[in-house]
Design a protein around this ligand. Structure first.
Ligand code: CP3
Length: 354
């Protein structure tokens, strides 16, 4: 196995000293990059791109090559898992993801099975292996999955939703059925992430995009509990190194203590909490990943640099910080502004690591 030349991300997630704060951004490979749009065009569609390991590898490396990110994140989507469960994922222009067969009945829930990661999701594992080969130890590769709750919202709604009416109706009316679905999903995600780790993912992240839509008690019961179960199932060492796990609940700042107690190594933060407060609350237990408002990238490179400086100062000196946005980079962002962000983190952060 080739040696990892830049291991800042893995060290920071384990709260070990680094020379500079590692930086990557959610959705770093995406439509805001012209070179991504070229490859997506060549692939035909977004899902064809995900299913083509060579092209998925190429777009994964684009932001690493262009910006000098400290990590690569597997190019794929959280919805590949429900797709592999037979829901028939497709994307419509302007409307986002949709499922041909949403899960609306008890029979549909009971029929759900756990996909074999090396079969139905074999194209993802092949992409992981291809990316690791092409990265050649430059930076670590992050694997990922959606949280059971977040996957369930898409599966029940059949796509994106505003109020999660169908999902919440099932949760309130038939909690037993919802728990059955979440249990299947937790097993599916555990198998999927374990296979990503076995294939070469060096850290993994669970995206709980919609956990923040729940009440505190429902969050614990329907979202966090299942993420905790996954964390407990994952192999935490591979190739002689610890494989850190990051949990990201958008809108989860009020539950930081609960999230940090889940057994994860790092907590992803959206922009609604300041890093000094988050660090005071959970920074002695876990690393923190975040948390610039993605909309700062609509401002000038100068303003972006000031915001980076503010966020680095809020976290303060010492280990345990991975710089990121509080959510994904938007499609309309000028790549030069992402370059300004990365440059600012690399130039300004060493002062906090002396
Ligand atoms: O971060 C990365 O660069 C890795 C790739 C990645 C994608 N999706 C690629 C993608 C990751 C980590 C995801 C996660 C994902 N997908 C989440 C969780 C994170 C979050 O954003 O909250 C969710 C909720 C999804 C579901 C999803 N996929 C939606 C709602 C959409 C449509 C919205 C959009 O941006 O178009 C997608 C499509 C998608 N996934 C695109 C990309 C690059 C855009 C597809 C295109 O090329 O048109």
């Amino acid at each position: 196995m080739t040696e990892l030349k830049n291991d800042r991300l893995l060290r920071a997630l384990l709260r070990q000293p680094v020379d500079a704060t590692p930086v990557w951004v959610m959705r770093q490979a995406g439509r805001y990059l012209p070179e991504y749009r070229v490859i997506r065009e060549r692939a035909g569609s977004f899902m064809d791109l995900c299913r083509n390991p060579e092209l998925a590898c190429e777009v994964t490396l684009q932001p690493v090559d262009r910006f000098g990110m400290d990590a690569a994140i597997l190019f794929s989507d959280i919805l590949t898992v429900p797709d592999a469960m037979g829901l028939g994922l497709y994307f419509t222009e302007g409307e986002g993801p949709r499922f041909q067969h949403p899960i609306r009945t008890e029979a549909a829930v009971r029929a759900l099975g756990i996909p074999d990661p090396e079969q139905e999701l074999g194209y993802v594992m092949q992409a992981v292996r291809t990316i690791r080969r092409e990265l050649d130890g430059r930076v670590p590769l992050i694997g990922f999955s959606g949280s059971p709750w977040t996957l369930a919202t898409y599966m029940v709604e059949g796509g994106s939703a505003k109020f999660f009416a169908n999902t919440k109706a099932m949760m309130f009316e038939r909690p037993d059925l919802m728990h059955h679905m979440l249990d299947i999903l937790a097993q599916a995600v555990s198998a999927y992430l374990s296979a990503q780790i076995a294939s070469g993912a060096q850290a993994v992240m669970i995206f709980d995009t919609w956990g923040g839509m729940l009440t505190t008690s429902d969050y614990r019961e329907f979202s966090l509990r299942y993420m905790q179960r996954i964390v407990a199932c994952l192999p935490r060492e591979h190739e002689g190194r610890r494989v850190p796990v990051v949990l990201f609940t958008k809108g989860g700042a009020q539950w930081l203590e609960d999230i940090a107690a889940s057994g994860c190594d790092g907590v992803g933060l959206d922009w609604t909490i300041d890093l000094d407060q988050a660090r005071a609350r959970i920074g002695s237990q876990v690393a923190l990943q975040g948390n610039m408002d993605p909309c700062v990238l609509y401002a000038s490179p100068r303003r972006i640099r000031t915001e980076v400086a503010t966020i680095l100062a809020r976290y303060g000196s010492g280990e345990g910080h991975v710089f990121n946005l509080g959510h994904g980079v938007h499609p309309g962002i000028d790549p030069e502004n992402v370059a300004a962000l990365v440059e600012a983190v690399h130039e300004l952060s060493p002062a906090y690591h002396r």
